[in-house]
Write a protein that binds this ligand. Structure first.
Ligand code: COA
Length: 438
């Protein structure tokens, strides 16, 4: 049995059955069934009908994922699911050298507007969490369309991103030297290099995932509608030794009224190191006939302002991006390294029960953490906090400050200054960043 055909969660299946609905694993080798599911997924996000070529590229790249639908036999088209969800196990980078944790990635959560607010999404989400827990995956994660949906299932925002806008007229490059070379490439040419670059980047960046072909091919513009692909340009950066270290997918817009004032819209920019990232930014901000560069989903600690001679040339708008839900507290907390030795008691509240209980986290001088469940008294020198699983999931990667949550009343300090102890230990040198949405 693989994750894809692990049994359906009986509790959610029974709850939906009471309402005349059927929770079903979609056989992704059955083209008609999978196509109907893909169409339902697109319709759920208000997309139009998916063209045959796009269906084929989606089928090819996501057939391996666990694909669930909810079906209504009384609907006009009973073969098309009224709700969709897809999930797969992957790796999430956590603080520490080459440290990662197993992640249950959840995507394509939709409920048809004809069937909304009857508990269908809740049944599917609960099924996803119970399935992941049964398979021993310690953390679930997703990116969200709205920040109000997933808290009720125990998720918390753990990684943030900035939408960045740069006015390029007054700036001059003030960043590092970039001695390599830039090349225009096609998505086909970049495919193998993109995988190597993403792998190198992932190793150093908490919050990044091991991406599958569906996500990577989307990021380099190999897939997508012909209209979108036709406008996009792809540039690769090779370092002085000739090794490919980064790439950017972008398009140039505007310029209709004034040809000297175009806007560059970045779709995806990834460097395996600071040099490659800087070189790609430099390429973008120094483009002739361009006065503005926009980029979505950038790291919140990207040192962009320091690379542009004008500190006020850049505007940032922050948003929550990666949401996590710890299912197994010891496995999750022991997977990462910590920034300071500490002894911390965590009283975790989890209405679903997966992560509820009192845990003692002991971090040694080497930054490794040991976690055990403890019923009784904690060591007298331990810092102690009470928090919900949402907040523990939020602070997990070091991207949310426990003292901030304590001030907001979302973490209760059971010993004075405990949130500060948590913060010193959980801090991450690099802010967690997930470079894609899924
Ligand atoms: C979001 C969506 C999946 C919810 O599906 P649904 O079947 O209507 O949700 P449920 O009936 O199971 O609702 C469960 C709970 O979530 C709440 N809820 C549902 N959608 C919500 C939303 N958009 N914002 C805030 N709360 C929401 C419900 O009020 C209910 O609250 P409760 O805790 O009081 O029970 C559905 O509206 C949808 O497909 N939206 C468009 C696509 C989308 O945004 N998907 C999410 C991708 S990340």
């Amino acid at each position: 049995m693989s994750f894809a055909d692990a049994p359906l969660d009986p509790q959610s299946a029974a709850r939906l059955a009471e309402r005349g609905l059927e929770l079903r694993l979609v056989d992704t080798s059955d083209q008609a069934a999978f196509d109907a599911w893909i169409q339902a997924d697109h319709r759920g996000f208000y997309g139009g009908a998916v063209e045959p070529e796009r269906l084929a590229e989606t089928r090819e790249r996501t057939a391996y994922r666990r694909t669930t639908g909810v079906f209504d036999a009384s609907a006009a088209d009973p073969a098309t699911p009224i709700a969709t969800a897809q999930s797969w196990p992957t790796r999430l980078t956590v603080p520490g050298d080459d440290a990662s944790v197993g992640l249950w990635a959840i995507s394509s959560v939709t409920v048809a507007p004809t069937h909304r607010r009857r508990g269908v999404a809740r049944a599917m989400l609960e099924a996803e969490l119970r399935t992941a827990a049964a398979l021993g995956v310690p953390v679930a994660g997703l990116t969200v369309s709205e920040a109000t949906i997933y808290g009720r299932y125990g998720f918390g925002p753990a990684g943030f991103v900035d939408e960045v806008e740069i006015e390029t007229d007054r700036m001059r490059w003030a960043g590092r030297e970039t001695p390599g070379r830039l090349h225009f490439v096609t998505p086909e040419q970049l495919r193998d290099d993109a995988r190597a670059i993403a792998e190198a980047a992932r190793g150093q960046q908490p919050g990044e995932l091991l991406y599958d072909d569906a996500l990577l091919d989307g990021a380099i513009g190999l897939t997508g509608t012909p209209g979108a692909r036709q406008k996009r340009r792809l540039v690769r950066y090779d370092d002085a030794a000739g090794t490919s270290r980064g790439f950017v997918l972008y398009e140039v817009e505007g310029g209709d009224d004034d040809f000297t004032k175009h806007t560059v819209q970045v779709h995806y920019l990834l460097g395996a190191d600071d040099e490659a990232t800087a070189a790609l930014w430099r390429f973008l901000v120094e483009l002739d006939l361009v006065t503005r560069v926009r980029a979505p989903m950038r790291p919140v600690d990207e040192p962009l302002a320091w690379m542009l001679g004008d500190l006020r040339a850049i505007r940032r708008r922050r948003a929550d991006h990666l949401w996590l839900r710890i299912l197994d507290v010891p496995a999750a907390l022991e997977a990462r390294r910590y920034a300071a030795a500490a002894s911390i008691v965590l009283d975790v509240d989890d209405p679903y029960g997966f992560a509820a209980g009192r845990f003692l986290l002991e971090v040694g001088q080497d930054g490794a953490g040991r976690v055990r469940r403890t019923e009784g008294e904690a060591p007298t020198d331990a810092a102690s906090v009470a928090l919900a699983i949402n907040e523990l999931s939020s602070v997990y990667l070091g991207g949310v400050a426990p003292t901030e949550l304590a001030r907001a009343g979302r973490i209760a300090e059971q010993t004075p200054g405990a949130a500060g102890v948590l913060e010193a230990a959980f801090r991450s040198e690099r802010a967690p960043w997930l470079s894609m949405e899924f």
